[in-house]
Design a protein around this ligand. Structure first.
Ligand code: BG6
Length: 511
């Protein structure tokens, strides 16, 4: 198996073995906006295996040629760059469509015949990779029917590798996630299941491990002795768009915190893994998740969590509606569109270091940032001088949109007086590497074709993440739940969010 960081120094990546990618939900938003454009970009960079075939599978009956036209429109609208005509020609010749009504056994048998024919034409046993880009309610049914139709082979005796990629949301709470894991595992082995969290495919998120373990100077400081606290913010200025119905049943904690934020947090806080193989990295991530202190009493939840919902306001000087006026949202909805939590990791490295996370829709801008705030130096040398103040050193890892890392240090400004002022040292991806970062789905699709699960979440990781947040979500649903504060669209969430940090003299970083 490839090292997930191969290619970082420019060496050629090993090619994935011949693959047929079968996408369930072939006409859906995700497929047309993200998956197909990602595959075309991989084709343009010559990363796809040979042979490589895409089979779109959905309930409607659509001729191959019409499906190709449909995805071409998606590519034109959503690809991060223009795809050359020659590349599209070669790619589209290997795109097919097959009608599969998800509950119709016979359709799966016909799919098997079609795939067998494709393999014969291509002269070999292609691996089968199934992408379930459907509503999660179909995950169990589709995998069971694939299994019944003989389309899933065991990892020990099979002729080919067969695996499945499942999209989020993975469950609604701990119980439903456990049930889903059981359902999937009655048809596939754990090592055949690739659960997507697209944050893990982002270059800047993968760089957390390189940054931490390839630089000798930071690791010695990466613990409770030097770090005062950590903040992780995932802010979006968009609202919920056309996903009102989904979001109203979900809320921001399930949508962003349970998956993207806890994944980022676990990478940021893991111990050095034995190697960069899937299980070594994921074993360490699970240890972090297990060590996050659980919320066991309502008081704890009330002092460590804040939730909010946006009301009408302005984004970039444009008036926008409040959440309960959005399409698909109940008028009396109590779904949170903002959440802030204080977490602690009860292990040797992180004892006593609070981790503040916040995420929200309709905040002033789109930004995802991890800030590591270091302890202040003793206030002895500077205390009697006239100076602006010795600020905390802050290491800020900006995941998006300005991908990069900055370090705030104190420096003496020129002049006759001894003063200290904060200045910032910066690394920016665009300037340093000069190439745009690929989309997360490009990396993830390629890894799944290679059978490398490092950047996918394992069953135990998902369950631990739900175990942390389940008590909060359940308490918020009770009648004694803490208030749901409101905030105007275009602001940084309810003002009460400041209270999480205020008592310890800290404040949210201005982003
Ligand atoms: C998705 C959420 O997982 O992530 C969306 O369902 C959110 O609500 C999106 O907008 C954010 O992704 P990104 O890559 O734009 O930060």
């Amino acid at each position: 198996m490839d090292n997930p960081f191969a290619g970082a120094s420019g060496e050629r990546l090993a090619r994935a073995p011949a693959t047929a990618l079968v996408i369930f939900g072939a006409t859906g938003d995700l497929t047309l906006r993200k998956l197909i454009p990602a595959l075309c970009n991989l084709a343009q960079d010559d990363y796809l295996p040979t042979p490589f075939v895409v089979v779109g599978a959905s309930r409607r009956e659509i001729p191959d040629e019409q499906y190709r036209q449909m995805i071409l429109e998606g590519i034109r609208e959503h690809s991060r760059r223009k795809i050359e005509d020659k590349i599209w020609q070669e790619f589209s010749e290997n795109v097919f469509y097959h009608q599969v009504r998800f509950d119709n056994q016979n359709d799966y048998h016909l799919l098997k015949e079609r795939l067998d024919n494709i393999c014969r034409q291509k002269g070999g046993n292609l691996n089968f990779l199934y992408y379930l880009a459907t509503s999660p309610s179909y995950f169990g049914l589709i995998s069971e029917n694939l299994h019944q139709a003989g389309l899933v082979e065991s990892t020990k005796h099979g002729l080919r590798r067969t695996s499945v990629i499942v999209e989020k949301p993975f469950g609604h709470d701990l119980d439903s996630a456990k049930r889903l894991n059981l359902e999937l595992k009655s048809s596939f082995e754990e090592k055949q299941i690739f659960r997507i969290d697209h944050y893990l495919g982002k270059e800047t998120v993968q760089n957390i491990l390189v940054f931490r373990f390839a630089n000798g100077i930071f690791e010695p400081l990466w613990n409770y002795r030097y770090i005062d606290h950590i903040q992780i913010s995932v802010a979006e200025n968009v609202g919920i768009g056309r996903r009102g119905e989904y979001f109203d049943k979900t809320g921001i904690v399930r949508d962003i915190a349970q998956n993207h934020i806890l994944q980022v947090l676990s990478l940021l806080c893991i111990e050095p893994p034995v190697s960069f193989t899937a299980d070594s990295v994921r074993d360490e991530k699970v240890k972090v998740l297990k060590s996050i202190r659980r919320f066991t009493t309502p008081q704890q939840i009330e002092t460590c969590t804040i939730r909010g919902q946006y009301i009408k306001g302005y984004i970039n000087n444009q008036a926008v509606r409040g959440y309960t006026e959005e399409d698909g949202v109940a008028k009396n909805s109590t779904t949170e569109t903002f959440a802030a939590l204080r977490l602690e990791i009860d292990n040797w490295r992180w004892a006593g270091v609070p981790i503040y996370i916040r995420t929200g829709k309709r905040l002033p801008k789109r930004i995802t940032e991890i800030s590591v705030l270091f302890k202040r130096p003793p206030d002895i040398l500077f205390k009697n001088l006239s100076y602006r103040g010795v600020d905390q050193n802050v290491l800020a890892i900006q995941i998006q949109p300005r991908e990069g890392i900055s370090l705030k240090i104190c420096s003496k400004p020129p002049g006759p007086r001894l003063r200290a002022e904060p200045v910032v040292m910066e690394f920016n991806y665009g300037h340093s590497f000069g190439v745009p970062s690929p989309e997360a789905y490009e990396r993830l699709l390629l890894d799944a074709m290679k059978g490398d699960a490092t950047l996918f979440t394992r069953d135990d990781e998902i369950e631990e993440a739900w175990d942390i947040l389940d008590p909060v979500l359940h308490h918020w649903e009770t009648k004694d739940s803490p208030p749901l504060y409101t905030y105007e669209a275009g602001t940084w969430g309810p003002k009460e969010a400041a209270n999480l940090l205020k008592s310890s003299g800290r404040r949210w970083r201005r982003l």
